[in-house]
Design a protein around this ligand. Structure first.
Ligand SMILES: Nc1ncnc2c1ncn2[C@@H]1O[C@H](COP(=O)(O)OP(=O)(O)OP(=O)(O)O)[C@@H](O)[C@H]1O
Length: 628
């Protein structure tokens, strides 16, 4: 069936040419609207499958206003823009678009961007449907389960963890009952570990004590709509998701999730919770009716389910910080699906470990796992590395070569350092991913491939796009399910476990040395900022274990602080912005190279920047040569 497209564009010629191109490709044009008002009228007449909307429209409402409405209505949309002014881009990105088309439009790009947008939308629907089915099935099992009340409640909490990330959950089983025993509170302390607080128990650092809960109950009473809040403070947390559960049309119970991290809840969580609201109420009702087990062990109780402490595939991954658990949850959630996954994080944070775990948790685990490090392969060989080549296709290609796409057939292809991929290869990669077929270099036939792509990067891809080094359409195709791993300095609570783990490993590999770390040495590890993240910690400990003459490491020889940190600012010195410093630095390099940008001895080489990146930075900072 033809896909229905609505075009919202006030420039007649542009709208008309888009419409002709799309009609020729078999799309149905639902109409051309010149303003948000006109667009809304057309949408009311019949929902389009996708909307192409100009960011700047005449009238009071802009394309961004329309985008917000479309996002709420779950209609995918692509922005049309000639201007990549950064503030507008930031605002536009926040509306959750499925892509951007930059004017003047090229036919091929229009079609590719539309295909990607449709792919992303289909994947999100598919993801939601499967999540819903999976959660419903789990809830049904818990409802039918025999067992004591606390056992069933724990199974319930564990089931919810995979779908609604939380660090603390409050299940209120009887809102009308002023008894603290009607409220169940659990804190998540590991991937599959929880601490339960019974009536009178102390929920630790988080002040969710009974008086707080009474106040929250009072505030929520009568509220029938689930909501989420991000970025505010709630008793020490930064995110909250609340859902009322109805019985006989009355709000009788509720579930509240709290997260230590910002922005963990979204409209998707609301959609999912609403889709199982009735079942959640039935499960809690069945738990309420099951046998009470008040005479249980002292409180608070740390609960681990034997044999299921951690998914074995995640076992080598050390740490229990909320930031790490958030990433691990996402890995476990997305693994069974076929989605492309993009993993972002600074160098050495553990991206590769997560990618391997993802493959192991996926249905492709018995098939090949193939890694390509896009930064380590010379540019002229990258294409043949990815897609292979035919004998004699270029000088030196004496043998036919099978590329990584073919080697990864039916398995996972891990594209590490994707931000380093040259733009020329990016378009070929995009085609290979989108069309699921490749052509060997020098080959004439297309070869079908079935690979799941997982890409990782330590670069800010949006900045790379702004600098002209990364294709917007490839970014949208890869960024279907993004996962960010926080740097070590933002999850310092993981340091002791990681340090102990590395001490043990390097102790064993250096002849079974048993080494421990003193408290003051551990404090040194805490105080440092770890620009090289876990890899840097690992190397530091390896060195100290090898050199350790005693069984205790009393102090670490910490790396020198970064040069910047050594500058002491006198009270009258002026602090320069990063842009000002960049400008001075670039001008200095240009002077040294006499204005030469590209090639050997050019400023690009000196600054370790691609000439294109350097030129766009110069343009942005208003640098010209000779310097005015
Ligand atoms: N949570 C963890 N538990 C145990 N070891 C870890 C953990 N995270 C990272 N490591 C170890 O730290 C080292 C660096 O990790 P890894 O290579 O996965 O980082 P990366 O993010 O892929 O870095 P880069 O961007 O430089 O490729 C590896 O030896 C890895 O085993």
């Amino acid at each position: 069936m033809a896909l229905k497209v609505l075009i919202v564009e006030d420039q007649f010629l542009e709208a008309d040419s888009l419409s002709i191109i799309l009609k020729n490709e078999g799309y149905e044009i639902r109409g051309i609207a010149k303003s948000v008002e006109e667009a809304n009228k057309l949408i009311d007449k019949g929902k389009p499958d996708i909307v192409l909307v100009d960011v700047f429209l005449k009238g009071d409402l802009t394309g961004i206003d329309l985008a917000r409405l479309l996002d709420k209505k779950n209609i995918p949309f692509i922005f049309l823009t000639a201007n990549s002014n950064s503030i507008t881009m930031e605002e536009a990105l926040a509306t959750n678009p499925s892509g951007f088309l930059i004017k003047p439009f090229r036919e091929r790009e229009i079609l590719m961007t539309l295909n990607i947008a449709v792919y992303r939308h289909q994947k999100s629907i598919e993801f939601f449907t499967r999540q819903h089915l999976w959660l419903s099935q789990l809830l049904q099992e818990i409802k039918d389960m025999n067992g004591m009340r606390s056992e069933k409640m724990l199974a319930f909490v564990k089931a919810l963890t995979s779908f609604f990330p939380f660090d603390f959950v409050v299940i209120d089983t009887d809102l009308a009952n002023p008894d603290e025993n009607a409220v169940y509170r659990y804190r998540r302390v590991g991937f599959d570990e929880y601490v339960r607080f019974d009536a009178g128990g102390n929920p630790g650092q988080y002040q969710l004590l009974w008086p707080d809960l009474v106040a929250i109950r009072k505030k929520n009473r009568g509220d029938r709509t689930p909501y989420y809040l991000n970025g505010e403070q709630f008793n020490g947390f930064r995110s909250k998701l609340w859902a009322p559960l109805l019985k006989h049309w009355d709000v009788d119970m509720s579930v509240t999730f709290y997260g230590c991290n910002d922005n963990i809840y979204s409209t998707e969580h609301i959609g999912l919770i609403v889709s199982v609201q009735a079942l959640l109420a039935e499960v809690i009702d069945s738990i309420r009716k099951s046998e009470d087990d008040q005479d249980s062990p002292p409180k608070p109780r740390r609960i681990k389910r034997p044999g299921q402490l951690l998914k074995p595939e995640l076992e080598g991954i050390i740490g229990k910080s909320p930031r790490l658990l958030e990433a691990l949850d996402k890995i476990a959630q997305v693994a069974p699906f076929e989605n492309t996954v993009l993993i972002m994080g600074e160098t050495g944070v553990g991206k590769e470990g997560l990618v391997k775990a993802l493959h192991q948790l996926s249905n492709r685990k018995s098939k090949p796992f193939v890694k390509v490090n896009c930064a380590a392969i010379p540019v002229n060989l990258l294409e043949s590395e990815l897609f292979g080549h035919e004998k004699g296709s270029f000088t030196g290609s004496v043998e036919k070569r099978i590329g990584k796409f073919e080697l990864a057939h039916e398995g996972t292809l891990f594209l590490d350092e994707i931000g380093e991929l040259p733009v020329e290869v990016q378009s070929k990669l995009l085609r290979a991913i989108q069309e699921k077929e490749i052509e060997r270099v020098g080959g004439r036939t297309t070869i079908k491939t079935d690979v799941r792509i997982i890409a990782a990067t330590n670069r800010n891809l949006l900045q790379e796009i702004a600098d002209g080094n990364f294709r917007l359409d490839l970014y949208y195709r890869l960024n279907v399910f993004p996962i960010t791993i926080a740097p070590l300095r933002e999850r310092k609570e993981d340091i002791p476990a990681l340090a102990k783990h590395f001490v043990k490993i390097f102790g064993l590999s250096s002849g079974g040395k048993e080494v421990t770390i003193s408290e003051s040495a551990m404090e040194q590890l805490y105080a440092y900022d770890w620009p090289g993240n876990i890899r840097e910690l690992q190397h530091l400990i390896e060195r100290h274990v090898l050199l350790a003459k005693r069984s205790v490491i009393d102090s670490f020889e910490m790396p020198e602080p970064l040069p910047m940190a050594r500058f002491s600012l006198s009270s009258d010195s002026q602090i320069k912005s990063f842009d000002e410093m960049d400008k001075e630095h670039i001008i200095c390099a240009l002077r040294k190279c006499n204005g030469k940008i590209a090639g050997q001895g050019g400023a690009g080489e000196l600054l370790k920047l691609r000439p294109t990146t350097l030129r766009s930075k110069m343009k942005r900072l208003g640098i010209t040569w000779p310097v005015k």
